[in-house]
Structures are given as structure tokens and as C-alpha cells.
Design a protein around this ligand. Structure first.
Ligand code: ADP
Ligand code: MG
Length: 487
């Protein structure tokens, strides 16, 4: 064996010396910096095959090797955002890879390049003549790179019956943007994976087509940027940027509710993008008709494309997701503990993740294997949090929440009108009052204009029969309770 090792060493030294010799020779012929650029290219080629993270690939494909002097490799990046993202996550790794290629230690420094020297950026998009509002003589500035949260990709998204439709629609948007599913409107309760899918669409699109102009922001950020642009006198620039994107990802759209001017702007941006066949994905915690204080014309546009709901996962789906997350952390979670947690935590995947993190840290602190007793002891707080609908609320709060959700007045809710939307709201309010307050049928009836107990009982039964059968109803029940609890 030592003889083989010695021969391998010998071969290695020989190969290194040949490479060095080649390098020396090319140094004579090549322009300054060529060795560094070659080392950089080789280092990145090697890293990309080992680090199979889409965002890494997207980011590094935009990096430009500038120079290497005094063991400092200077790399050009598109903007400040890229600089901080790359240096915090991959600075050392890229430095080590370049050092291996060059044969001496290297530290890496990322410097944002001014746009005019940024010749590695995607070609500018030209706007069509059919868009007079957005046609300008100035070239388009590069969009700030969307801030996608690491790990929110299709690979890490566990597909279950509750989210299958939304996931398939999201995939369809990546493969055929701007076609059938435009806009794609994803909605569902808090912590169920809406943002995860939205970011996955952005990450996957950039991975497949790095030149795509992607904007990803919340409805609130859109409103803030719009107001800032108005105040700062750069509204044209704001419009140009918004309308120049190929993929428009807007999270938590419900935040533009009640903001008239923002909605106006949103409407025109939406139309401009729609007319030019650009893909839009909108995310909300409610279906369009559940969003209060939103213009009717926006609501109808939201409903115009594909609507995909993420429903609350059932116990076995929660168990599957928990198991997958534990595996990703290489954490050995016995099946009885998986089912125990999945049964107890019903509120959201986010809460489920929080519980897992707590359990992992407890196990690493105590070195005890995870058990039901341990889970029960440390996750008590989570279990209480996960049952918000059981908190005491008043009938008044439920009625107000119902009026808000169904957009009707209180006197209509407690009155005698029988139009279908009022009648449905009334039944829902009665059902929730019975489920969430200690009041008897008769007492609840008194809150609804003195109705007798059989009316309340009948309403309760009719809603109870549909629970779990209609996602629209389930969503309404959840949302009304969320509003009633002031969340
Ligand atoms: P929402 O935007 O619906 O409030 P998020 O997308 O932020 O929820 O999801 C909350 C957390 O749960 C995130 O960490 C996300 O990765 C995780 N999550 C949600 N659904 C899934 C799923 N189906 N598979 C894996 N992780 C999920
Ligand atoms: Mg979200």
C-alpha cells in the first residue's frame, strides 16, 4: 500500500507541476487576469455540481471575476443585495474553491458593479408599442434581485391532497408562464405553504430561465413602494419597473385592501402585465370574495385566472410533512411521536415546524431519545396555541366578524331578510356562536333578533353537515373566527 500511495503522490506532484508549468506558459502569452478568470470559472464549475442549490446557481451565474491581488479575489456582483447574500452564505466556500485552483490561500471580496459596466446582465426588455404608459426612452435598469427565502423550493414542498392542486398549478406556471393560469391566485390559511409555493415558482423559473425579470413582494411592500415613489417624484420609474417584469409574484395581497390609490395603481399594473402576457401569481389568506374593502374590478380580475386553495391538512398529511421535515434534519423521530404531535398540532405547518425545532433542541440538550412524554412536556404551549378557535369569544364579536367577512350590516344579520348571502352569514354566525361560546340555543337566539331555539338548532345542524365538505364554508368558518379573535 505505501508503494501505491507513493506512486499516487508522485503522479499528483507531476500533474501539479505540469499544470503549474502550463500556467507559467500561458501567463506569458495571456493578458493579465486570465489565470484568475480561469481559476474562477473552474472553481464555480466545480461548486455548482456539488452545491445543488438553485439560488446558489442563479446568484453565481451573475458573478464576474475582476482581479486577484495580494491573495484577495475581487468579484463583481450586480448590486448590494447580491453582495450581502453571497458574502454571508458563500463567500468562504467560493474563496476556498478559488484557492484550490490557484494553489494559494485567497479571501473573496464582492463589489457591486455600476449598471453600465454590468455587461453580464440579461439584455434589456423592450416594451411593446401597445403600452404607451410605460414606453420611455431610458433603458431599463436591472430589477433588484428578489429576496427568496432559502429552502422554499418545490423539492422541499411535501405534496398532500390538501395542497396538491395549488402545487400542480404552481408547477404549471413555471412550465407555461403567461398562458392558461394567469393570474394564478393561491389562497389558504396562515402557515400552510402559500409563500413557500410562491418562492418556489420564482426560484425554479430563475433556475430554468435566468434571464427572466422576476419581481416578488408583498402587497404591503407594493403599497409602500408606490407611496414612496409618489412622494419622491419617481412614479414613472416605479411604473416602468413594475410593468417591465415577466413574472410578478405578489404575496399577501389582502394588505392592499382599504388602500384606494394603491388599488388603483395595482389595477393598472395588473392590466399592463396581463395585456402583454406576463405571468402573475397572487397569494392571499382569503379567496377574492372574502377580501373586504377591495375594488370589485380587482376582485373579478383575481377570479379570472386559476384559483387554487391550500386547505388545512388532515392529521395523516401533517404526519407526512412532519416526518419529511424530521428526515431533512436527519432527526430520528419515532412514528408514535410523529402521530402524537400531528394529532395535537392542527393549526399550521409553521407551528408544526416550530414544534419540531423545539423537540430537536431538547434532544440535543438532554441526549435523551424523543418520546411522547418529552413531546407532551415541552410542547404544551404549542398545543394551546393550536386551538385558537376554542378561546372564549362573545356572540357580538362573532357577529361583527361575520358581517365583515360577508360584507353585510349587523341589522341585516340579525334581521329577517332571507337573501342567500345574508341567510348563509346568519347560519354561520349561529353555528359559530354555539361552537365557541357557552350559551344555550335560546340565549343565542336572543342575540339574533329574538329567534327561538329551534331556528338556531336548525341553522347549526345545517352548517355542521357541510363542515369538511365545502372548502368555501370551511374557509369562511376559519376566517370569521380569526376576525372574531382579533387576529
Ligand atoms: P403561508 O405563506 O401560507 O402563511 P408559509 O409558506 O410561510 O405559509 O409556510 C410556513 C412554513 O411551513 C414554511 O417554513 C414552509 O416551508 C412550511 N411548509 C408549509 N407547507 C409545506 C409543505 N407542504 N411541505 C413542506 N413545508 C411546508
Ligand atoms: Mg405567507
Amino acid at each position: 500500500m505505501p508503494a501505491v500511495a507513493a506512486r499516487l503522490d508522485c503522479l499528483f506532484v507531476l500533474r501539479m507541476s505540469m499544470e503549474r508549468l502550463e500556467e507559467q506558459l500561458t501567463l506569458v502569452e495571456e493578458p493579465p487576469g486570465a489565470t484568475f478568470r480561469r481559476a474562477f470559472d473552474a472553481a464555480i464549475r466545480q461548486l455548482v455540481t456539488h452545491v445543488n442549490r438553485p439560488m446558489f446557481q442563479v446568484f453565481v451565474s451573475k458573478v464576474k471575476p475582476l482581479e486577484c491581488a495580494n491573495n484577495v479575489a475581487t468579484l463583481g456582483v450586480r448590486n448590494e443585495l447580491d453582495r450581502s447574500w453571497l458574502s454571508s452564505r458563500y463567500g468562504r466556500m467560493i474563496g476556498n474553491a478559488i484557492a484550490t485552483q490557484l494553489g494559494h490561500p485567497v479571501t473573496v471580496e464582492f463589489v457591486p458593479l455600476p449598471p453600465e459596466t454590468d455587461d453580464h446582465l440579461p439584455p434589456e426588455m423592450t416594451l411593446s408599442d401597445s403600452e404607451p404608459q410605460t414606453r420611455m426612452s431610458k433603458p431599463l435598469a436591472p430589477l433588484p434581485l428578489p429576496h427568496f427565502m432559502p429552502g422554499l423550493t418545490f423539492d422541499t414542498f411535501v405534496v398532500t391532497p390538501s395542497n396538491r392542486h395549488a402545487e400542480a398549478s404552481a408547477q404549471a406556471v413555471v412550465t407555461g408562464p403567461g398562458t392558461r393560469f394567469n393570474p394564478l391566485f393561491i389562497f389558504g390559511g396562515v402557515g400552510l405553504g402559500k409563500t413557500h409555493l410562491l418562492h418556489a415558482i420564482g426560484v425554479e423559473t430563475l433556475q430554468r430561465r435566468p434571464d427572466t425579470r422576476v419581481a416578488c413582494m408583498t402587497g404591503e411592500a407594493f403599497a409602500d413602494q408606490y407611496i414612496t415613489a409618489l412622494r419622491g417624484g419617481c412614479i414613472d420609474e416605479f411604473r416602468r419597473m413594475q410593468r417591465s417584469v415577466d413574472l410578478w409574484l405578489i404575496d399577501d395581497i389582502q394588505f392592499i385592501a382599504g388602500k384606494e390609490r394603491t388599488q388603483e395603481e395595482f389595477f393598472h399594473t395588473f392590466n399592463a402585465l396581463y395585456q402583454t402576457g406576463k405571468q402573475m401569481v397572487l397569494v392571499s389568506d382569503k379567496p377574492p370574495k372574502g377580501i373586504c374593502d377591495i375594488q370589485e374590478r380587482l376582485r373579478s380580475r383575481f377570479e379570472h385566472g386559476m384559483m387554487a386553495e391550500i386547505q388545512y391538512p388532515k392529521a395523516d398529511e401533517r404526519a407526512a410533512i412532519l416526518l419529511d421535515k424530521a428526515k431533512a434534519e436527519r432527526f430520528d423521530l419515532p412514528m408514535d411521536v410523529v402521530h402524537f404531535i400531528a394529532d395535537k398540532i392542527q393549526s399550521s405547518i409553521r407551528t408544526l415546524e416550530g414544534a419540531l425545532t423545539r423537540l430537536i433542541s431538547q434532544v440535543s440538550l438532554t441526549a435523551e431519545p424523543p418520546s411522547i412524554a418529552m413531546a407532551s412536556a415541552i410542547l404544551g404551549g404549542f398545543f394551546i396555541d393550536s386551538q385558537p378557535q376554542r378561546q372564549a369569544v362573545s356572540v357580538d364579536a362573532i357577529q361583527k366578524a361575520c358581517c365583515k367577512y360577508y360584507r353585510i350590516e349587523l341589522d341585516e344579520l340579525v334581521g329577517t331578510r332571507r337573501t342567500s348571502s345574508v341567510a348563509e352569514a346568519r347560519k354561520v354566525a349561529m353555528y359559530l356562536a354555539r361552537e365557541n361560546t357557552p350559551l344555550a340555543w335560546k340565549a343565542i337566539g336572543r342575540h339574533f333578533g329574538g329567534r327561538d331555539h329551534s331556528t338556531v338548532l336548525h341553522a347549526h345542524r345545517s352548517v355542521a353537515q357541510s363542515v369538511g365538505q365545502s372548502s368555501e364554508l370551511d374557509n369562511a368558518l376559519r376566517e370569521v373566527m380569526r376576525l372574531a379573535n382579533g387576529r
